[in-house]
Design a protein around this ligand. Structure first.
Ligand SMILES: Nc1ncnc2c1ncn2[C@@H]1O[C@H](COP(=O)(O)OP(=O)(O)OP(=O)(O)O)[C@@H](O)[C@H]1O
Ligand SMILES: [Mg+2]
Length: 494
């Protein structure tokens, strides 16, 4: 009845939730009426048997372990005493508390319960109830071996699940980044298309009437000059005018009017020219019609953008004016999405203006004048670009824009300001979508992340920021002169 299952501690491959029934169980039964000496023979014949189950009329009554049996039998006179007596007599002397567990007990629970026994019982086999009236024995050594195996399995599984978790976390992070990017793009596309259409529409509507005004002003000037000449001729021929005419010319202050009228017309012409330029800049800035790569003059884009920002740069009664210093090099045409690059110039210039204006509201005048005396000394400017910033401008807020051709391959546009600069913490998060230090409702925190997307992903360029608190800020935009063929056909958003 003994089940010799080989030497393996378990019948099958164990899993993390394996139970006792998966282990090798021994069921050598002996009726309690058998002689005690029989047990020795059985143990000798079955060297792996951890103990035998004692039954009475087939029913389980107890268990005697190999260890306990030989321990007792080795005592003086025991062999003579018990080997000729029925087994139940021996059992009365060797009887101990049994650990009886159900076959479905998990191996880990069995190990815990087994180890919780008192030290002298710790090696005793465990009785496993496989059916209501069927009991088998489990060797503790085998139980511990199987626990070791499960422990190893658990370690491997843990490592695998850790690796899997790490992988999943990476995937999640990537998905999140991609989501943020597409969200940024969506907002940008939405903002640009609706704003761009609005601006382009308004620019178009203004363009026609300003055209009438501008071209008619030319005629108006000619006609008034003619009328004024006519008046002169009258005056020459009729120097003594009648009283009524003299009174009327006094009333309208004719001499002053004749002197002022050309000035009025000139300033109207200048105003009309400015409106015409602004409308042109607006149309160029939006460049809605240009979703494709174009060869453009970068300086035109910067100038257009500055033109649109004039009102913010000029300074009202509150903020002081911000000077713009241009240090343009000779640049070839650059292949790019012009509308998008203008957007980048706009975002960076607006940030610089905002930073300077906010800083000027501060009361710490000493700190400010110290920084302004450094006047956004460009951190990376090449020596061949002549600085247009003289000492006389040292005490004012300024933005410097320089351009440079590098190795005939790329252009660098540097936009620096002598504003407050940024802490390292802000600089690190600058290009993160939705990062802003502006008060709630003032900024979306998308300006620079959109700019980064445009420069780096749309144009294969680089966008870098150099800034320290109190030392101003410089943004360097690098754009290759020529784009790869892929970028030309795949504009992401325009
Ligand atoms: N020239 C600068 N000087 C100082 N800080 C700057 C400058 N440019 C950007 N920053 C900092 O970077 C942050 C992020 O700029 P970004 O343009 O992405 O968003 P924003 O300007 O806050 O919001 P939005 O562009 O939507 O108005 C700003 O809130 C500001 O703290
Ligand atoms: Mg911004």
């Amino acid at each position: 009845m003994y089940e010799p299952d080989g030497l393996s501690p378990q019948k099958s491959q164990l899993g993390l939730r394996s139970t006792l029934q998966e282990l090798t169980l021994y069921d050598f039964l002996l009726e309690s009426e058998c002689l005690g000496g029989e047990v020795a023979k059985i143990f000798q014949a079955n060297p792996l048997l951890p103990g035998i189950i004692i039954t009475q009329e087939g029913k389980f009554t107890g268990m005697i372990s190999r260890r306990r049996y030989f321990e007792h039998m080795s005592r003086p006179y025991s062999l003579e005493l018990f080997s000729q007596q029925p087994l139940f007599i021996l059992y009365r002397f060797t009887k101990t508390d049994l650990l009886i567990l159900d076959r479905q007990t998990s191996i880990m629970t069995a190990v815990r319960q087994s180890l919780e026994r008192s030290p002298e019982l710790i090696h005793e086999p465990i009785v496993v109830q496989v059916e209501p009236d069927n009991y088998k024995l489990l060797d503790v050594h085998q139980l511990l071996l199987s626990q070791l195996q499960i422990h190893e399995l658990a370690t491997v599984a843990m490592r695998e699940s850790q690796a899997q978790l790490r992988h999943q976390a990476q995937q999640l992070e990537l998905a999140l980044l991609e989501l943020q990017r597409t969200q940024t793009q969506l907002i940008q596309t939405e903002k640009m298309s609706s704003l761009g259409q609005l601006v382009a529409g308004v620019a178009h509507e203004i363009n026609n009437p300003i055209g009438f005004i501008y071209s008619n002003l030319h005629h108006a000037k000619e006609y008034t000059q003619g009328l004024m000449q006519m008046l002169e001729v009258y005056r020459e021929h009729y120097p003594e005018s009648i009283a009524e005419i003299a009174a009327e010319s006094e009333k309208i202050e004719l001499d002053y009017l004749l002197e002022d009228l050309p000035k009025v017309l000139n300033s109207m012409q200048q105003g009309a020219e400015r409106v015409r330029d602004i409308v042109l800049s607006l149309r160029n800035f939006c460049r809605l019609d240009e979703a494709e790569m174009k060869q453009v003059n970068i300086h035109d884009g910067i100038n257009n953008t500055i033109m649109l920002l004039q009102s913010q740069l000029k300074g009202k009664p509150g903020p002081e004016a911000i000077a713009i210093h241009k240090e343009y090099s000779d640049l070839p045409l650059v292949q790019c999405y012009p509308g998008q690059l203008n957007q980048v110039f706009m975002n960076i210039l607006v940030n610089a203006i905002y930073a300077i204006i906010e800083w000027n509201k501060h009361e710490n005048v000493d700190e400010k004048s110290q920084n302004k005396s450094q006047l956004c000394e460009p951190k990376n400017l090449h020596t061949n670009t002549q600085s247009s910033i003289s000492n006389s401008t040292n005490s004012i807020s300024a933005i410097r824009i320089s351009t440079e051709l590098i190795e005939g391959k790329k252009v660098i546009i540097r936009i620096s300001d002598n504003g407050p600069g940024m802490t390292e913490d802000v600089r690190k998060r600058l290009f993160d979508p939705f990062f802003t230090t502006k008060p709630v409702g003032k900024g979306t925190g998308l300006g620079l992340s959109i700019s980064y997307e445009i420069v780096v992903n749309q144009h294969g360029g680089e966008l870098k920021c150099f800034s320290e608190p109190g030392k101003g800020t410089e943004f360097a935009i690098e754009i290759p002169l020529q784009q790869s063929s892929l970028a030309k056909i795949l504009p992401r958003f325009a």
